[in-house]
Design a protein around this ligand. Structure first.
Ligand SMILES: [Zn+2]
Length: 225
């Protein structure tokens, strides 16, 4: 029998990225689908406080990520715990993600658009690692040890890249916009570093939504796999 709900897998570099990028869509998907997060780095460098120890920042941010995910209805958050700012130098990430794709068997995978004009090297590196991982997860002859540990190939159906400079799919988040704001607010340790975030998120989602006739929207670059 065909499953009615879909598995949606959100793979982002840092603990607050899912909610900032697409918290309204996650809240909508979680109403009927199974949503999972993979967070590549716990973001231990994400503070302006010179006197705090990075591992304490990571612990706090993981707690915030779990709370925000639970608030949105996400089933599970998987932390890969790679060093913040160094994701591009870790060669195993694509294999780690491929193994988890084979295990969770997502219909939809969501990650950063690595081709977007942006500063953060972790966002680019995570986006590219996920795209590489989709191939490894899908094709039979990549990394034969995966089959030996019980992880058969899995082909996901769609990849959604966000944030993106070129949205091709706008998701209507008018009913869950409030939840997106509330989920971002849970990342208390980050709000000081996101000056004026509430107004900026409102403006951005209004602008993106307007192009498709929605009050609020989130934009994705959609690729069929
Ligand atoms: Zn980030």
């Amino acid at each position: 029998m065909k499953r009615l709900s879909k598995v949606r897998l959100i793979i982002m570099a840092h603990p607050d990225d899912p909610e900032l990028a697409c918290g309204g869509s996650i809240a909508r998907w979680a109403e009927k689908d199974e949503v999972y997060y993979i967070i590549v780095s716990s973001g231990e460098k994400g503070t302006w406080d010179r006197n705090v120890l990075p591992f304490k920042v990571a612990k706090k941010r993981e707690e915030e990520a779990l709370e925000a995910a639970q608030f949105l209805g996400v089933k599970k958050v998987i932390f890969l715990r790679h060093a913040d700012g160094e994701i591009q130098s870790v060669k195993t990430i694509k294999i780690e993600i491929a193994a988890l794709i084979r295990r969770l068997k997502p219909h939809t995978i969501v990650t950063h658009d690595p081709w977007r004009r942006q500063f953060h090297p972790d966002h680019r590196a995570s986006g590219f690692a996920v795209i590489d991982a989709i191939m490894i997860a899908r094709d039979w002859h990549f990394y034969p040890f995966l089959k030996e540990v019980g992880l058969a190939p899995h082909r996901s159906e769609e990849l959604l890249l966000t944030p993106t400079d070129n949205p091709t799919f706008i998701n209507d988040i008018s009913t869950t916009f409030g939840k997106k704001l509330q989920a971002i607010r849970i990342h208390k340790s980050q709000l000081e570093q996101l000056p004026d975030w509430e107004r900026r998120i409102k403006e951005m989602t209004e602008t993106v939504g307007k192009s498709s006739g929605f009050k609020y929207g989130e934009g994705f670059y959609q690729m069929r796999i």
